[in-house]
Ligand binder design. Structure first.
Ligand code: GDP
Length: 311
């Protein structure tokens, strides 16, 4: 078959055997993938070539993948590790302020963001359910994160309060939403992409393929600017087993202190000469973060024997 000249594009959906590639002009072409390319994922910048005709809905072939800025990976039972998406500019950690705000869960997600080297935005949803006093208390808790350089945002998907601020963050690049079930991720995404039901991923494009439904990860262009990569699997991203080394690396404010403890194998518990504990006592490190750190480490020894992988 005759192939056209090499073009650049971005993978907006990865199917089992094919990938949908979007051109700079916004046209989408379903492509085969050269067998030598092992992983092609949503978010990838690729080189591809158009075929002389469309065969069974396939318009071209992906020839190469450009180096990735970063990757979202998850443990995989068969492959050891699976890449879910690439070139993410920001992970939006969604939590809800009711029934209660769980800093422990936020810390857990931050560990993943830090070790994947992807900036995080902490979003607290359902702020409409709090009165002034409760809001002040939440703002106070958020200072823990602001003090160590994380961006935070309180909003309501229901009333639309502060949604304009979220739009501004999203406009900066490509984002994903993560968070526990019930915090309001679907509500937020439905607000951002009103004409698309993001969960069922009904795709309408101009490649002549018509509508099709998938649970595959997909890249969406947001009307207010920016891109969103989404799928049910991506929303659950990060809720798996962590390694102890990963947890230690995932606390950004610990990093400059860790190496200064008296003992190299300091567990930062009751060990003498622990500089991390000292920093907590000095108020330099948040006691809540330090507590959550130990909670995360301890939860490992409990789950070690029942380690599981998510599909
Ligand atoms: P997801 O599981 O994270 O996708 O959460 P959903 O978007 O399905 O939301 C879970 C529940 O919280 C639903 O009943 C929503 O109506 C509700 N909810 C979502 N956002 C808000 C909000 O800003 N305020 C209030 N009061 N309820 C919300």
């Amino acid at each position: 078959e005759m192939l056209g000249e090499m073009q650049q594009g971005i993978v907006v959906t990865r199917h089992v055997k094919h990938a949908d590639v979007e051109t700079q002009e916004g046209d989408i072409f379903r492509c085969n993938i050269r067998r030598t390319l092992k992983n092609v994922v949503v978010g990838d910048r690729v080189s591809w070539r158009k075929g002389s005709e469309q065969l069974q809905g396939i318009s071209g072939v992906i020839e190469a993948v450009f180096p990735r800025k970063n990757e979202l990976t998850r443990p995989d039972y068969y492959d050891g590790i699976k890449i879910m998406a690439s070139n993410i500019d920001q992970i939006i950690i969604v939590s809800a302020v009711v029934p209660t705000l769980s800093l422990n869960i936020i810390d857990r997600y931050l560990v993943i963001c830090e070790t994947a080297n992807i900036p995080a935005l902490i979003v607290l949803n359902k702020i409409d359910l709090l009165d002034e006093t409760e809001r002040k208390a939440v703002q106070e808790q958020l200072k823990i994160y602001e003090n160590i350089g994380y961006e935070t945002l309180c909003l309501s998907a229901d009333t639309g309060e502060n949604m304009h601020a979220l739009h501004q963050y999203l406009a900066k690049g490509t984002s994903i939403f993560v968070g526990q079930s019930g915090v309001g991720k679907s509500s937020l995404i439905n607000q951002l992409l009103p004409e698309v039901n993001a969960l069922t991923g009904s795709v309408s494009d101009n490649s002549g393929l018509g509508q099709h439904t998938t649970t595959a990860s997909r890249l969406y262009h947001l009307p207010q600017g920016g891109q969103l990569i989404d799928s049910p699997g991506i929303r659950e991203f990060g809720l798996w087993h962590l390694e102890p080394e990963q947890i230690t690396l995932g606390y950004r404010e610990f990093q400059s202190i860790l190496g200064t403890c008296k003992f190299r194998d300091c567990k930062h518990k009751t060990d003498p000469g622990c500089e991390l504990r000292q920093a907590v006592e000095n108020g330099q490190i948040s006691a809540i973060r330090f507590e959550n750190y130990h909670r995360l480490i301890e939860s490992l020894s409990e789950t070690k024997s029942q380690r599981h992988f998510r599909k």
